[in-house]
Write a protein that binds this ligand. Structure first.
Ligand SMILES: Nc1nc2c(ncn2[C@@H]2O[C@H](COP(=O)(O)OP(=O)(O)OP(=O)(O)O)[C@@H](O)[C@H]2O)c(=O)[nH]1
Ligand SMILES: [Zn+2]
Length: 186
């Protein structure tokens, strides 16, 4: 569970370390705000994708389901800075489909924690394979990493694109083409 008190102590130390005065008026409530913020933006650690994906509906005739442009915000585990962008997901149901919101909820579960974009994409794909029993899953994520934009190499606007294929999408390039066509349609 989250240790709110520890995050507050750490925030006070951080403020002192950068030469700030944690007692000045504008910063007095900052440690408590930061603690609440971390609980929110790392809240995926307390969640289980299996719960969200346990509600399914019979749809034996369903073909490929695509959900595109799902916005997400995550935190890079190297610098604790945000990376954010859009996820595009498709899966091939095997008789039962998930509620539409549950794909986006699955993204949230894995995005709201310290991550690598590659691992985030793989965890979403693996959760859909496992908990929906899907015949195939493909997850594409496009994101800008603030650690590349506002510091270090300083290349704002750079988009990192990750693609993870599982099951039928690994075996059949025509399915991958269809996914790209559907994601590309605007
Ligand atoms: N593969 C991958 N790398 C990431 C991700 N987020 C941040 N990084 C990279 O993690 C690397 C960490 O490199 P280090 O050399 O240990 O750290 P650094 O000195 O701060 O590196 P610079 O960012 O190049 O200044 C950097 O190249 C980041 O761009 C991610 O989601 N996936
Ligand atoms: Zn980083």
């Amino acid at each position: 569970m989250f240790d709110q008190e520890k995050i507050q102590q750490a925030t006070r130390l951080l403020l002192e370390a950068i030469g700030e005065d944690p007692q000045r008026e504008g910063l007095l409530d900052t440690p408590a705000r930061v603690a609440r913020m971390y609980e929110e933006i790392c809240g995926g650690m307390q969640q289980d994708a299996a719960e969200h994906l346990s509600t399914t509906f019979e749809a034996s005739e369903a073909g490929m389901v695509v959900e595109r442009d799902i916005p997400f915000y995550s935190l890079c585990e190297h610098h604790l800075l945000p990376f954010f962008g859009r996820a595009h997901i498709a899966y091939l149901p095997s008789g039962r489909v998930a509620g539409l919101s549950k794909l986006a909820r699955t993204v949230e579960v894995f995005a709201r924690r310290l991550q690598l974009q590659e691992r985030l994409s793989a965890q979403v794909a693996d959760a859909l394979m496992e908990h929906l029993g899907a015949k195939g899953v493909i997850v594409m994520m496009e994101a800008e990493h603030m650690c590349m934009s506002m510091r270090g190499v300083c290349k704002p606007g750079t988009q990192t694109v990750t693609l993870v294929k599982r099951g039928a999408f690994e075996q059949d390039p025509a399915l991958v083409d269809e996914f790209f066509r559907m994601v590309g349609q605007r």
